[in-house]
Design a protein. Sequence first.
Length: 106
Amino acid sequence: MPWYVYLAYFFGGAFIANAAPHLLTGIARRPFPSPFASPPFRGLSSPAVNIAWASINLAFAYLLLARVRAIDLRQLSHVAVVVAGFAIMTVQVVRSLKRLRASAPR
């Protein structure tokens, strides 16, 4: 399989990981940082904006996981690359939120 398919799978997993916190906080009707906040990535966006951002992330994940070349869930190498992208993005999200909370005024 070409290398770019693995790259697509990796970023597909990353987009799913990025969608999760935005979708969950949007459903919970709580504000959450997004690229559309003021200031971007530091301020809080409304629940509706976060649900929209999660939907965009899920659309990109779909394009990368199903349209570049459909992922075969029975192939360990395919799933491992998606999980790696998911895990690395999850760690990055947690680190970013930790930095934001540390710099927030008390």
